[in-house]
Design a protein around this ligand. Sequence first.
Ligand SMILES: [Zn+2]
Ligand SMILES: [Zn+2]
Length: 123
Amino acid sequence: MECPKCKNEMKPNQYKGVDYDQCKACGGLWFDALEAEELVEIKDAAQIDTGDAKVGSKMNKKWEVKCPKCSIPMLPVHDVEQPHIQLESCASCHGTFFDAGEFKDFCKETFMDRVKDRFTKKR
Ligand SMILES: [Zn+2]
Ligand SMILES: [Zn+2]
């Protein structure tokens, strides 16, 4: 599969039974529908995000990209809970692209949100 951002090759990988693809050049991560949500639930999944966050933030500016699977334009998505994270999502196959460093951020924030939730419920 070709990286939607830098056109280099994406390498299929797996973490605890969940498949994903990682770009060899920019470190971006591709998840098929719901794979990202599955991974976030797995402890230490953030470690798969081995790319350089500096490269990732540069790549993040490039958002007019096409889905590597369907070749249709992907839509920029801001997570409602974490508006500083901008992802690209495909409306057709629901695949999601995370720039290097974003998935780590996504996992961390989700964890923090859960901690906050628990805290709020206790009160
Ligand atoms: Zn790439
Ligand atoms: Zn697609």
